[in-house]
Design a protein around this ligand. Structure first.
Ligand code: TRP
Ligand code: ZN
Length: 504
């Protein structure tokens, strides 16, 4: 079970910046301008507060300019062109504390999520993204808050307005059988049950199938996980395992991801796994969890992890995270791998190319995240080009030869189905124009600026946007700045123009 008395003891920061131990009576009132709300404001003296109790709300508002703020509801989405309801307006999250209990036999989950957030506007209400499951209670600043479900939006109305700049904690208790989200391309995304647990991969939308979040890569946060499963099962999350305890036939795994992470990269994959732990010669702790049915096939690629880490560090700059590894599951319903932060998740035994791809994402995608999903090529084009580079530098096909192979494809081939940086709403963003043509874009750039400048651009991109986000326009600008070349025509043709580009 996810119950944890740390919450009861913790001093939480109130919505007005005050501390409270969380034992205050719940705010029952649903009247927006209720005296109770105003009386709690630190800006009101006792006498004034008493006056407010009998005064109509509008008068109190007019008379106490610094105190009575009506606030507005945060937007239900962040305006992503492809996923307009992804993410939410009005606040940002600094940390997620996720307590989960999962029973693979019944597929039931019990969740207890605490988000440490900050209001960026005066907020009367705000949304979290959550799909399915049953919410059993919400508190804000330790006090019960009203909530409502509207599709994937969990709309929360705290007892009083959250002032702009105020830190607050929102805690959501929930339970149920998680249902994966279906992507535009029809694939399963999120909490995907397997025959021995769950394969948990949230790109692009699936995080909301298992925890409430601000579900857009722009709002990155650190994470603590506390996952309880029946003894014999292993729960693997991002970052470092800080404790593992078995009591009364249940094992609780605690994981900490201290570097900022996008919600889609979070995992809490559950299964019967063989666990391997070691530290690389370069000092990176590695934790691998492998389905025993896949372990023989997975061993050769997993053995390359230290070498791939060092190779990536040489090529792209310092490895961004404090641990590494792999989760190799058997998840035929998923059918894809995901670059879950610090510890990629594979649906089956991967080959070396796939491990290179997912590990390259740690720099490109995980540390440097996209801003809008339209820019997915900044993840997939880069990770695919990393595979080309690995091949080229390990006795395989040269990147030029690969480029030529793809370029030889006829104009009717799927690789030219849409422009790399403009897939279009509803398009399959995990398709060849993003992956393969995306890698071709980088190869064109390399051909135009030369190796030294090209690799310097990649390193600079990773450094300047480390733990943050980037856009296509920023990458184009960086490339031009570092090459002192007008690359407008190259990028216009390769990123934005429909159809097979003419030879430059
Ligand atoms: N980003 C993953 C990778 O390239 C692939 C991926 C994530 C995916 N979610 C998906 C592919 C959904 C198809 C459908 O490593
Ligand atoms: Zn990828």
């Amino acid at each position: 079970m996810a119950s944890d008395n740390r919450h009861a003891q913790r001093i939480v920061v109130g919505i007005d910046g005050s501390s409270s131990s969380g034992h205050l009576p719940p705010a029952r009132s649903s009247i927006p301008c209720s005296p109770r709300r105003l009386a709690g404001s630190r800006f009101l003296g006792a006498a004034l507060a008493a006056a407010v109790l009998v005064a109509p709300c509008t008068v109190a508002t007019a008379g106490t300019a610094s105190a009575a703020v009506a606030g507005e509801p945060g937007a239900p989405g962040q305006g992503d062109p492809y996923f307009p309801l992804a993410g939410n307006g009005g606040y940002t999250v600094g940390h997620y504390d996720l307590g989960l209990a999962y029973d693979p036999a019944t597929r039931r989950m019990k969740g207890d999520a605490t988000l440490s957030a900050r209001a960026v506007q005066d907020l009367s209400a705000f949304d979290l993204d959550l799909s399915g499951l049953t919410v059993t209670g919400v508190t804000v600043g330790g006090k019960e808050a009203r909530f409502e479900r509207r599709g994937q939006e969990l709309v929360i109305t705290p007892g009083r307005v959250l002032r702009r700049g105020a830190a607050f904690e929102v805690r959501v208790a929930y339970s149920g059988v998680p249902q994966y989200v279906t992507d535009p391309d029809g694939s399963e995304d999120g909490w995907i049950a397997t025959d021995d647990g769950a394969f948990v991969a949230g790109e692009p939308q699936g995080a909301m199938s298992w925890f409430p979040s601000d579900n857009l890569p722009l709002d990155k946060a650190s994470y603590s996980f506390r996952v309880t499963v029946p003894a014999g099962y292993t729960a693997v999350c991002n970052g470092e395992l800080t404790s593992q305890r078995t009591r009364n036939g249940m094992t609780t795994f605690r994981w900490e991801q201290t570097q900022p992470m996008a919600s889609y990269l979070a995992t809490a994959t559950v299964g019967k796994f063989e666990v391997e732990r070691y530290t690389t010669a370069s000092g990176v702790p590695v934790y691998n969890a492998v389905d025993p049915r896949e372990s023989a096939d997975a061993a050769p690629a997993l053995a390359k992890i230290p070498e791939i880490l060092d190779w990536g560090t040489t090529l792209f700059g310092p490895y961004p995270f404090s641990s590494a590894g792999a989760i190799v599951d058997r998840a035929p319903d998923a059918g894809y791998a995901l670059e879950t932060q610090s510890r990629p998740l594979y649906d089956r035994a991967p080959n070396v190319g796939t491990v290179v791809h997912e590990m390259a994402h740690q720099w490109f995608g995980d540390s440097v995240s996209l801003t809008n999903w339209r820019d997915i090529w900044l993840d997939e084009g880069f990770a695919t080009y990393a595979e080309w580079l690995w091949q080229e530098q390990h006795g395989g096909t040269s990147a030029q030869a690969r480029f030529d192979q793809y370029y030889a494809l006829p104009a009717t081939d799927g690789i030219w189905a849409f422009p790399t940086a403009d897939p279009g709403e509803g398009a399959d963003i995990f398709a060849s124009p993003v992956y393969d043509r995306g890698a071709m874009v980088l190869h064109e750039l390399r051909s135009a600026v030369g190796d030294a400048r090209f690799f310097n651009i990649l390193k600079t991109w990773a450094r300047e946007h480390r733990y943050g986000n980037g856009t296509t326009a920023e990458f184009v600008a960086l490339s031009e700045r570092m090459s002192h070349q007008d690359l407008g025509p190259l990028f216009h043709t390769w990123l934005f123009t429909a159809g097979k580009p003419a030879r430059s």
